[in-house]
Write a protein that binds this ligand. Sequence first.
Ligand code: IPE
Ligand code: IPE
Ligand code: MG
Length: 252
Amino acid sequence: MAFLGFGKKTPDKTGEEKQPLVIDGRLRHIAFIMDGNGRWAKRRGMIRSLGHAEGMKAFERLMDHCSDLGIEHVTVYAFSTENWKRPKQEVDALMNLLSSYVEREIREFGKHRSAYHFIGDKAGLPASLRERAEVLERMSADQPETLNIALNYGSHAEIVHAANELLREGVSEITEKALEGKLYTAHSPAPDLLIRTGGEYRLSNYLLWQLAYTELYFTDILWPDLSNDELDDIIREFYGRHRTYGGVTGEK
Ligand code: IPE
Ligand code: IPE
Ligand code: MG
């Protein structure tokens, strides 16, 4: 299990001294599966939607932290193509939260350094959310960092969409490079690190192509509880790993 990280107690709580975190080219892109909002609420006797509201706060805090650390690309899983199966009340609450977030980012434009990309099938989103998300994408296109927000996203659908785009262009053969160029994430390098909170050890139809050689980290911490310090510890653990991409394992 050398390349699977599992959440451990964080040394900061023991008062241990830590090296300052310096991000370099080995960590350009972090992908998150923001899972556990529902259970966070349930444990407090609250309705699931309140867990999503708390999850939104954690998302905004952690995105600011990633930006402060100097992470160039972040991708978050906000709503999957399968999440439509949830009760209407919960889906509506999620769409409302996302709409409010988009409005806030438009209103406060300049506060963040991100170029926003809403990745997924936008056609399936409520029209008002889709239109405002596209406004935010256009406004922020020249920003130096990238924030990909996977919304009505499914990896199978993405790969089929990419292949169909190539067919429409009339290619006679599909190459890996050409297909990659049609993925929703074509503007970002592959994630170096995937972090899934919430204690489930699966990918749930997320970035299946892009994660081929990504380092995986799973933690039982529920998304709203993931602190900035805990993220720093996960990043430190990532820097202790040795990536071989199928090559020979050398000395660290
Ligand atoms: C993840 O939290 C957020 C979304 C799917 C939008 P969940 O809502 O899946 O939380 P749990 O897994 O039920 O605790
Ligand atoms: C994955 O979480 C989707 C998002 C975080 C948006 P889910 O809670 O929907 O995944 P499963 O159902 O546990 O696989
Ligand atoms: Mg879940």
